[in-house]
Design a protein around this ligand. Sequence first.
Ligand code: PMP
Length: 444
Amino acid sequence: MSDNALFYLTGGNMPLVSHAEGIYLWDTEGRRYIDGCSGAITCNVGHNHPAVKQAMIDQLDWVAFSYRTQFESQVALDLANRLVDLSAGDLEKVFFVGSGSEAVESAMKLACQYFVAQGQPERSRFVSLSPSYHGSTLGALGLTGYEPLEAPYRQITLGSIKVPSPDLYRHEEDSVEAHITAVLEETEAAILEAGPETIAAIALEPVGGASTGGRMVTQEYMEGLRSLCDRYGCLLIMDEVLTGMGRTGTWFAYQHFGIAPDILALAKGLGSGYYPVAAMMAREELVDVVNSSGGFMHGHTYAGNPLACATGLAVIKVIDTEQLLGNAVEMGTYLRSHLDQLAEKYSCIGDVRGLGLLQGVELVQDKTSKTPFPAEFNAFEKLTRLARERGLLIYPRRSLNGIKGDHVLITPPLTVTASDIDDIIALLDQSLDAFEQLVSGEGS
Ligand code: PMP
């Protein structure tokens, strides 16, 4: 009998997880690890949270599953209404799904069905950024701006019109302002070239997650994208699968920029690792148009599942009662100041960027020229391994499209304290020291 029938790549020599509590996980050998990345930037309220567990148990006592063609469920209604409140009414309708990819896929379908119902079926193309990550299902993968992921499916993905994502670290223009102007001009040119009447939506991650290691946008960029959408009659889709639910210090990252999307995709932090619950949120007008022409033709068996929705409601309550948005701002600033200090100390750190408790560190071979490590050196994997060996979990990503530096994300649960951050930084400091020794050929 096989001793490892799992299909996915685990990276090799992984410890087996035993249990978890708060910001810590333990392996089956009894070693403790600080979760410096909330798993996959998901476990926002920390592990084994009593209130979330209790809410799930309570819901199991009532009903774990019902199907929406037979019943509506009060927890689904409550969660949908609560999410609308959190958007301060910017987005008035909620459609539940089970993963980030499904949320993005649903957003794309709603955009297409909206334009079909408006008599504009030719508006079926999407504009998205490169690099970016929007999911693994074929529609969401088509939006994804990451060449190696999309390449095997080029014949069957929808694809999208790729435009450059702002790069505040490596841009070629003289200033950030000039770079943003150039990126917006390129985006507009791509829309004009494709024909504005064919564009359904522009999709983006407001702060890059795993795709770009925390790359930031600017206020001018966000306003510029919003006005491009308004000028050319297409929709703005915000992929907040990773940034949503308080990660950057507001419920949704778009709220930092004073503009609103037409559709939003939400996942990871909503279930906070306890249960797969995700949502697509949309402006009411879109939903009304689609409903008046037969309704949204899309759905999943587990959509609006009571146990999933009870989990989401409990997570929101924890974020509220423990004031985790404020903590994400405060601890995000504290974490950032320490990461900036590490960047001064270590020549392998080219850039530190991000918002709130979503902080990315880009690794470079040469700081002055910003030269990345060779892809085959797998710098991201080496640093992640060195950190794990020292009891710290960070989120690794390889160089994007082969041209940018490797990066790691430091994204602890929103419950993190200043002393937890001191521990994370101390372990990261040791790991970077070992990494630089390894780079200079002295370490292993
Ligand atoms: N969009 C973004 C921005 C993501 O970070 C992810 C997951 N990393 C997805 C979509 C896809 O989510 P899921 O893995 O839950 O399908």
